[in-house]
Design a protein around this ligand. Structure first.
Ligand SMILES: Cc1cc2nc3c(=O)[nH]c(=O)nc-3n(C[C@H](O)[C@H](O)[C@H](O)COP(=O)(O)O)c2cc1C
Length: 84
């Protein structure tokens, strides 16, 4: 799964965040029910863009997506760049 998104206030756009929040079921499956991932053998990739620069520009969005892919049980690759 490849997720591409602009940075909005150091996080994900609301529409994408709503989709991520719907994936709480996968977190519960892994950490509460302790079951195997529902969809196995996949990889997650995240491409982000922002309009400013700064060492922490992508930290919030990256943490959210990393947490999502971890809940899915997938390994992760990330690439982020600033427009400045
Ligand atoms: C609601 C909103 C919040 C934004 N917040 C940030 C931000 O925190 N940091 C940043 O670098 N850019 C921010 N941006 C800029 C977007 O990341 C930028 O518009 C997007 O990367 C697309 O680039 P473009 O507008 O040059 O096409 C924000 C844009 C919007 C609309």
């Amino acid at each position: 799964m490849i997720i591409g998104a602009p940075v909005f206030f150091y996080g994900l756009p609301a529409q994408l965040k709503a989709l991520v929040d719907r994936c709480q079921v996968f977190w519960a499956r892994k950490y509460v029910l302790k079951q195997e991932p529902a969809i196995q053998g996949r990889k997650g990739a995240f491409i982000a863009v922002g309009a400013t620069k700064g060492a922490t520009l992508f930290d919030g969005a990256k943490l959210t997506v990393k947490c999502l892919f971890d809940a899915m049980g997938w390994s992760t690759r990330m690439s982020c760049s600033s427009g400045v």
